[in-house]
Design a protein around this ligand. Structure first.
Ligand SMILES: NC(=O)c1ccc[n+]([C@@H]2O[C@H](COP(=O)([O-])OP(=O)(O)OC[C@H]3O[C@@H](n4cnc5c(N)ncnc54)[C@H](OP(=O)(O)O)[C@@H]3O)[C@@H](O)[C@H]2O)c1
Length: 281
C-alpha cells in the first residue's frame, strides 16, 4: 500500500468535511492527496479555497479514479445512488469506507456486485480537532493491508475501536450522535450559570472548560467517573446538593432512554434502507 495514499471523500459536508480538516490538521494527508466531492459548485469552490484541495461538484467517478481510499460520506438515503455511480471505478487496489449511518455492509456489497474490500466506519465531528472517536468494521474481503490504510486514516483524527457491525446502531446512537448531547449539556450548564447571575461569557467559558477538563481527566487517569465524582463531593456540601437535583430529575435514566431511542431509530432506518434496496416482487 502506498505511503502517501490518495483519498477521495465523496460528500464532504459536516462529517466528510470534519474528516478532511482533521486529516490535514494531523498531517496524515497533504492537500494534494485529497479530493472531495459535493453537489453544488459553490460548495466545491469553498472547500478548495479553505483547504487547498481538489474539490469537484458531483463527478464522483472522477474522484474515485484518482484515489486509493474512497470514503463515502453522503446521507444514507443517497448512498445507493452514489454506489451505482462509482461501482465500476472500484477496482483492484482501492478500498471503500462508508460512514453512512444505518447503511449495512451487505447492502454496499450488493451494489458493488463483486468481491471488494468494504469498511463501515462511524466517526464523530470532534475529528476536526483530532479528538474524534471512530468505530470500524470490515467485510470478509478486508485484508491486513487494507486495515493498514484505513486504521491510520481514522486514528489521525482521534481514537479508533474495532467492533462487529451489529453493534453499529448502538455506536451511532452513543458516539456518532453523542457530540450533540454534550453540546446540549454545555448549553444547559451555560444557561444554569446565567440563572445564578454569571455573565454570558464567563458562564460559557466555565461550562465548556469544565466538560473538556472532566473528560480529559477520565481519559488520562483511567479512573472510573464515579470515583472522580466522589472526589468532588463533600458530605453536606455544595456538590451533593446539585447532584441530588440531577438524580431527582433522572439524569442517568434520561441518557439511557435517549441512547436507547436513537439506537432503535437507527435500526428502523436500516430496515427502511434494506426495503428500498430489495427488488420489487
Ligand atoms: N454529522 C455527523 O455528526 C455524522 C457522524 C457520523 C456519521 N455521519 C454520516 O455522515 C454522512 C453525512 O452526514 P453529514 O451530517 O455530513 O451530512 P451533510 O452535511 O448533509 O453532508 C453531505 C454532503 O454530501 C453531498 N452530496 C450529496 N449528494 C452528493 C452526490 N451525489 N455526490 C457528491 N456529494 C453529494 C452534499 O453536497 P451539497 O452540500 O453540495 O448538497 C453534502 O455536502 C451521513 O451518512 C451520516 O450518517 C454523520
Amino acid at each position: 500500500m502506498t505511503e502517501s495514499p490518495r483519498i477521495a471523500v465523496l460528500g464532504a459536508g459536516n462529517m466528510g468535511g470534519a474528516l478532511i480538516a482533521g486529516m490535514l490538521r494531523s498531517g496524515f494527508a497533504k492537500p494534494g492527496q485529497l479530493t472531495a466531492t459535493v453537489r453544488s459548485p459553490e460548495k466545491a469552490a469553498a472547500l478548495s479555497d479553505s483547504y487547498g484541495i481538489r474539490a469537484l461538484p458531483g463527478r464522483n467517478l472522477d474522484a474515485v479514479e484518482n484515489a486509493d481510499l474512497v470514503i463515502a460520506a453522503v446521507k444514507p438515503h443517497l448512498m445507493s445512488g452514489l454506489l451505482e455511480e462509482i461501482r465500476w471505478g472500484l477496482r483492484e487496489g482501492r478500498i471503500l469506507v462508508s460512514i453512512a449511518a444505518a447503511f449495512p455492509i451487505a447492502l454496499i456489497e450488493q451494489h458493488i456486485g463483486r468481491p471488494f474490500p468494504v469498511f463501515r466506519a462511524m466517526p464523530n465531528t470532534p475529528a476536526v480537532v483530532g479528538e474524534g472517536v471512530t468505530a470500524i468494521a470490515g467485510n470478509s474481503h478486508a485484508r491486513q493491508e487494507h486495515w493498514a490504510l484505513v486504521e491510520p486514516a481514522f486514528r489521525s483524527v482521534g481514537a479508533v475501536c474495532y467492533l462487529d457491525e451489529d453493534q453499529f446502531h448502538a455506536v451511532t446512537a452513543l458516539s456518532g450522535a453523542g457530540p450533540a448531547y454534550v453540546y446540549m449539556v454545555i448549553e444547559a450548564m451555560t444557561a444554569a450559570g446565567l440563572k445564578v447571575g454569571l455573565s454570558r461569557d464567563v458562564a460559557a467559558r466555565l461550562a465548556e472548560q469544565t466538560v473538556l477538563g472532566a473528560a480529559k481527566l477520565v481519559r488520562d487517569s483511567g479512573t472510573h467517573p464515579a470515583i472522580l465524582r466522589d472526589r468532588v463531593v463533600t458530605p453536606g456540601g455544595v456538590t451533593i446538593a446539585g447532584l441530588h437535583e440531577l438524580e431527582r430529575h433522572g439524569l442517568r435514566a434520561m441518557f439511557m432512554t435517549a441512547v436507547e431511542a436513537a439506537t432503535a431509530h437507527s435500526r428502523q432506518l436500516s430496515g427502511k434502507l434494506n426495503d428500498l434496496a430489495r427488488p420489487a416482487e
